[in-house]
Design a protein around this ligand. Structure first.
Ligand SMILES: O=P(O)(O)O[C@H]1O[C@H](CO)[C@@H](O)[C@H]1O
Ligand SMILES: O=c1cc[nH]c(=O)[nH]1
Length: 286
């Protein structure tokens, strides 16, 4: 057993993990994750009671319970760089003894559910619909820094995608937890999500700067992946799916589709679409 040094897993003077600013007893085994820190109280307002409220930069955590089920809701901010530190510190809270700095012999498996917003790539899916991601493609480079491996079929698909989009980095594809996917089987659209390392050119948008990849949205919308068609673009899901798989946690990502890219439409009330999603997720968790 190897002791994790002070420089590698940083703790505050009172023993909290560095970025999340949390102690182990402050998180539940079921965690809802959101991007926007202002969305955290919009979830915890459905809790019967809140035990802990902790703010640390864009990382906000509320822990409480609904009808006897203990739940946490945490914000990550935007992007998979934040997802990486959130998942690593969350895992350390439950799987590392923070006093001895040794990994626990028995590892805990958390249930983590993302409630996010996303832009739809397919014309036939209505605006504000709710979609569960069966798998996600990472167009960020996060998995280049971990020992991430895929099977031959996925590797062939990724090589072809890399070629079609003329990418000069290695994308990755990660899957949802099948157990959590079963919870959201009915009444949700299903699809394959694309996780981009930005909102504009990395999602094929042009404001003043022209994206390097021509017709990216159309090309992605027409591709067939090993899990079906690509449905939506956002900024976190693939990072969550890959980190959860590597760390041994169950993870599912749900999105309100507040923009439709081919139709060039944006939601008239995206807050209401997100609130409906929050309520549907809570109903299925408790
Ligand atoms: O609404 P959230 O959960 O933040 O998700 C989406 O919205 C942000 C971009 O506007 C990105 O974080 C993207 O993934
Ligand atoms: O188009 C969109 C909408 C929400 N979030 C994204 O990342 N992209």
């Amino acid at each position: 057993m190897v002791r994790i040094p002070e420089s590698e897993l940083i703790l505050t003077d009172d023993g909290r993990v560095y970025h999340l600013n949390l102690l182990p007893e402050m998180v539940a085994d079921t965690i809802i994750v959101v991007g926007d820190p202002d969305r955290v109280p919009k979830v915890s307002r459905y809790f019967d009671q809140v035990e802990h409220r902790v703010n640390s930069r864009e990382l906000v955590t509320h822990t409480g319970s609904i009808s006897g089920t203990r739940l946490s809701v945490m914000s990550s901010g935007m992007g998979t760089d934040n997802v990486e530190l959130l998942m690593t510190e969350l895992d350390a809270l439950v799987n590392v003894n923070l006093k001895t700095r040794m990994v626990n012999k028995e590892l805990k498996e958390l249930r983590i559910i993302r409630i996010g917003t996303s832009g739809c790539l397919q014309e036939d899916i209505p605006i504000d619909a709710h979609l569960v991601s069966e798998a996600a493609l990472g167009l960020d480079t996060l998995m280049s820094f971990y020992d991430w491996k895929s099977n031959e079929r996925i590797n062939e698909f990724l090589a072809s995608l890399r070629n079609q989009l003329d990418l000069n980095f290695d994308p990755y594809l990660a899957e949802a937890s099948s157990e959590l996917l079963a919870l959201f089987q009915t009444d949700f659209h299903r699809g394959v999500t694309i996780t981009a390392p930005g909102f504009y050119a990395p999602q094929g948008r042009q404001v003043r700067l022209k994206p390097r990849i021509d017709g990216m949205v159309d090309k992605l919308a027409q591709m067939e992946t090993p899990f079906g068609r690509f449905t939506n673009l956002e900024m976190e899901t693939a990072g969550y799916y890959a980190m959860a798989k590597l760390l041994g946690h169950q993870m599912i990502s749900l999105n309100a589709l507040i923009a439709n890219r081919p139709r060039q439409e944006f939601s008239e009330n995206h807050e209401a679409a997100v609130d409906r999603l929050i309520q549907r997720v809570i109903e299925r968790l408790i």
